[in-house]
Design a protein around this ligand. Structure first.
Ligand SMILES: NC(=O)c1ccc[n+]([C@@H]2O[C@H](COP(=O)([O-])OP(=O)(O)OC[C@H]3O[C@@H](n4cnc5c(N)ncnc54)[C@H](OP(=O)(O)O)[C@@H]3O)[C@@H](O)[C@H]2O)c1
Length: 334
């Protein structure tokens, strides 16, 4: 089969397409013919060698696929060849076929296309556990979503709305404002200025009658983190999700004390390893919300297989709003 491989770490253009042996499913695994592979910011980090979990090279990167099961390994129950599934992997998605642990595969709603299914996996799971598990979001609360036009951000907007929250979406470019409103944001917070420390607090307080945000989802870090902390309400909860802004911020403990604030971290893939059933329940709920119409992700931006390096470059430069995926075969994408 054809597959992208990381041979040397570097920019996306360093990826190599190679013919490699077709994988054979082992104990508890599914062999999936990939119809679409989701592209996420962490893939850029993996390809450049800056991600926290890296296998021996050469390896096939990519963390998320949707496709059709071709074979099941020994010990697999509940799946059969022909099933359409969304699958999460540590690596191996950017290929014509992929092995997925049955624990990490989810049957897709029959009416959902493969590319759109990849948009509802990793980033929705991340936002789901951030809101539900780390922040204990309650109906009627206000959520400030950082990096709101990105993958995690859009998922955060949509899920927070579906869970009954008011959503403030932080973006730094004017063209992103319309996009996040279309995704469901109630209020747009402009984080494109120089004085974030005061600007964010002023805008959030204006949008919440002076109360502040109950919950912040922060995939950005850098200056946004400190500014968002100041915009929290009493007993507010900020969830650290990532540092796409480039800088890992620090927090002064006295600030937490003064406002009864909680800052927690989220490493979504830990849920996959430690509590697979909770992850399955989360994905089932995400698909149910989609079926009910409570979630309407923007359509996924798709690229042909040969354009993966270009797509990764665009994601690395923050030039894709929402989610992106490569299509292995357009005919299968329905
Ligand atoms: N903890 C976990 O388990 C977990 C899971 C998934 C992802 N993540 C992490 O979450 C982060 C976001 O992932 P993603 O898929 O949402 O990425 P993405 O699709 O590239 O979106 C990032 C968003 O952040 C914005 N942004 C970048 N730098 C900014 C800054 N300095 N100030 C304000 N906004 C800024 C971007 O806006 P522009 O378009 O203006 O650049 C873009 O809208 C990454 O660091 C990723 O590794 C963590």
């Amino acid at each position: 089969m054809r597959a992208y491989q990381v041979v040397e770490f570097g920019p996306p253009s360093a990826l190599r397409v190679r013919d490699v042996a077709d994988p054979v499913p082992g104990e508890g695994q599914l062999l999936v013919e990939v119809a679409a592979a989701g592209i996420n910011y962490p893939d850029v980090l993996v390809v450049s060698g800056r991600y926290q979990i890296l296998p021996e090279r050469p390896f096939i990167p990519g963390k998320e696929i949707a496709g059709v099961i071709r074979a099941v390994g020994p010990g697999v129950a509940g799946f059969a060849p022909g099933d359409r599934v969304l699958g999460q992997l540590e690596n191996g998605a950017f290929a014509e076929q992929a092995l997925v642990r049955a624990d990490d595969a989810f049957k897709m709603p029959s009416e959902l296309g493969f590319a759109d299914a990849t948009a509802m996996g990793l980033v929705y799971q991340t936002a789901y556990f951030a809101l539900r598990d780390r922040a204990s979001l309650r109906r009627g609360e206000t959520v400030l979503v950082g990096g709101a036009a990105g993958g995690v951000g859009v998922a955060g907007i949509q899920l927070a709305k579906a869970f009954g929250a008011k959503v403030l979406a932080a973006v730094r470019r004017p063209e992103q404002a319309e996009f996040v409103r279309a995704c469901g944001a109630d209020v747009v917070i402009d984080v494109g200025g120089k004085n974030l420390r005061d600007d964010v607090r002023a805008q959030v307080f204006a949008a919440t009658d002076g109360a502040g945000a109950d919950v912040v989802l922060d995939p950005v870090g850098a200056d946004f983190f400190g500014a968002a902390l100041r915009a929290l309400a009493w007993c507010g909860r900020l969830v650290v999700i990532g540092f796409v802004g480039g800088e890992i911020p620090s927090v002064k403990a006295n600030y937490l004390l003064v406002k009864n604030i909680t800052v927690s971290g989220l490493q979504w893939s830990d849920y996959r390893e430690r509590t697979p059933q909770r992850m399955r329940d989360a994905q089932a709920e995400i698909f149910d919300l989609w079926r009910s119409g409570a979630l309407r992700p923007p359509s996924t931006k798709t690229f042909t297989f040969d354009r993966l390096p270009e797509a990764l470059e665009l994601i690395g430069r923050g030039q894709i709003q929402g989610k992106a995926a490569i299509l292995l075969d357009r005919r299968k994408n329905s």
